[in-house]
Write a protein that binds this ligand. Structure first.
Ligand code: XIL
Length: 369
């Protein structure tokens, strides 16, 4: 995996170099007989987030809005050039893939998987078991517990099977805890009890034994009641031999709450259980209009989350929840807040982009003097 990653980035870099040399030498130099860059792939600049992160084996990802990807060339170019993993923001969710009972629609997700393949990117599958964005036929169906268990098993098996071999990390269970560490009251908990989590991981593993299987949640970035609960769950699942491979901390921060408590130590304790960790949905929202101190706090939050990940060897990816303020989920869910992303409304990189870029440069070593 590590070797392949370096080869792809190197290959893309070489192609850029060759192109530059061809230009410098004049038009008479014939193009190379075969291009190392996959057909259709965007060139990856050496100072891109993905190229810099690849030097320390880290993947930098983004959630992708597939509607925008299909229509906006600048968005497409940035997605391919800056990121080495993609997460479908919505199109692998149950509501989208099975809008009518028994009728699957994988089309939008398939297109994203193909885009990723073209551009040498890995895919984070998101998400198999959640309480939100479920199809109405399911939530309004008055199913018995046994029927819900059957339907969940079928959903996991069918979706993971459809994408088998194409998903690097699956968010198997999303947001199963409350902030106080108790389990969230969902149709899954009601139907199956707390054991639904272990079952979901076992079903996903059966369908794709090679995918890395993650538990994913928000407000578990630092030490606290909620991350303690997830830690206890992870420890128990590991002890029982349940096929869980990683913990995803979403990383949706807000400048008004300050930075999570001892994030590096928290990520490390999960790693010490033998798990991978990942930052899966990073963004830093703030009250609008943005003031200078809030913007500085946003930059600091982005950097400190990246630093915590960089310092934990088991932290294998850092994914932003979209990169452009124009397409962010924040304004619609948190009224009066926004400016949460690393590119502005016009897809121009913001200070937080350059802050991440500089931190990644430092990660592979400051020049000796
Ligand atoms: C959000 C999407 O960004 C929105 O477009 C959608 O309307 C609602 O869901 N935690 C998650 C993500 O795990 O799936 C959510 O994504 C954001 C919070």
């Amino acid at each position: 995996m590590k070797l392949r990653r370096s080869v792809v980035v190197l290959a893309v870099g070489l192609t850029a170099l060759l192109a530059a040399q061809t230009g410098a030498a004049g038009a008479t130099v014939p193009p190379p007989s075969h291009s190392a860059k996959p057909p259709g792939a965007t060139v990856v600049p050496p100072d891109s987030l993905r190229a810099l992160a690849s030097k320390v084996g880290l993947r930098i990802g983004t959630a992708v809005n597939t509607d925008v990807l299909a229509t906006n060339a600048t968005y497409r170019q940035i997605t391919a050039a800056q990121f080495s993993t993609v997460t479908p923001e919505n199109v692998m969710k149950w509501q989208v893939v099975e809008p009518t009972k028994g009728t699957y629609d994988w089309s939008a997700a398939d297109q994203l998987v193909n885009f990723a393949k073209t551009n040498g990117q890995l895919v984070r599958g998101h998400t198999l078991v959640w309480h939100s964005q479920l199809p109405t036929w399911l939530t309004a169906g008055n199913y018995t517990s046994a029927q819900l268990r059957y339907l969940l098993r079928k959903h996991i098996t069918d979706e993971v099977t459809h994408f088998r071999g194409h998903i690097w990390q699956w968010d198997v269970v999303n947001e199963a805890f409350n902030d106080d560490g108790t389990m969230r009251d969902t149709i899954w908990l009601r139907a199956m009890g707390p054991g639904y989590i272990a079952d979901a991981f076992r079903w996903a593993h059966q369908a794709d034994p090679k995918a890395l299987l993650f538990y994913n949640d928000y407000n578990i970035e630092g030490l606290g009641a909620k991350s303690d609960a997830v830690y206890a769950l992870a420890k128990q699942l590991r002890a029982e031999g349940v096929p869980i491979n990683g913990i995803g901390a979403q990383g949706h921060l807000d400048t008004k709450y300050g930075f999570p408590n001892q994030m590096r130590q928290n990520l490390q304790r999960f790693a010490d259980l033998g798990l991978k960790v990942a930052l899966t949905e990073v963004d830093v929202r703030t009250t609008l209009p943005v003031t200078t101190p809030e913007q500085l706090a946003q930059n600091a939050d982005y950097i400190q989350m990246l630093e915590a990940c960089l310092l934990v060897r088991a932290c294998i990816s850092y994914t932003v929840w979209g990169f452009g303020d124009a397409f962010s989920w924040v304004p619609s869910v948190f009224p009066g807040e926004g400016s949460a992303d690393i590119y502005d409304e016009n897809l121009q990189p913001k200070a937080s982009y350059f802050a991440l870029q500089q931190t990644l440069m430092l990660a592979s070593g400051a020049p000796h003097r």
